[in-house]
Design a protein around this ligand. Structure first.
Ligand SMILES: [Zn+2]
Ligand SMILES: [Zn+2]
Length: 83
């Protein structure tokens, strides 16, 4: 993250390979997409990527992330449930 980032910028999550573009302030699910996005110093649309909750990734990747998030929420819910 650079100082030019806005408070609304989605920071790449820790322990992921997410990459943030400090020019157009998009966050990508991986450095590969970031490389595709940056063409000769310009920001380009990456075909096949969709935005969800500030993260640009493939639909497949989003589905997996949602599944993961649901799984984590379920684990938390079960833990918080009184005995
Ligand atoms: Zn930013
Ligand atoms: Zn960019």
């Amino acid at each position: 993250m650079s100082e030019s980032c806005k408070s609304t910028c989605r920071s790449p999550r820790i322990n992921t390979r997410e990459a943030h573009c400090t020019v157009c302030h998009k966050t990508f699910s991986g450095p590969t997409w970031f490389d595709v996005h940056r063409v000769r110093g310009n920001c380009e649309e990456v075909p096949g990527l969709v935005e969800l909750d500030g993260l640009w990734a493939t639909k497949e990747r989003h589905r997996n992330n949602v599944k993961l998030a649901e799984g984590m929420a379920e684990i938390r819910r079960l833990r918080e449930e009184p005995e």
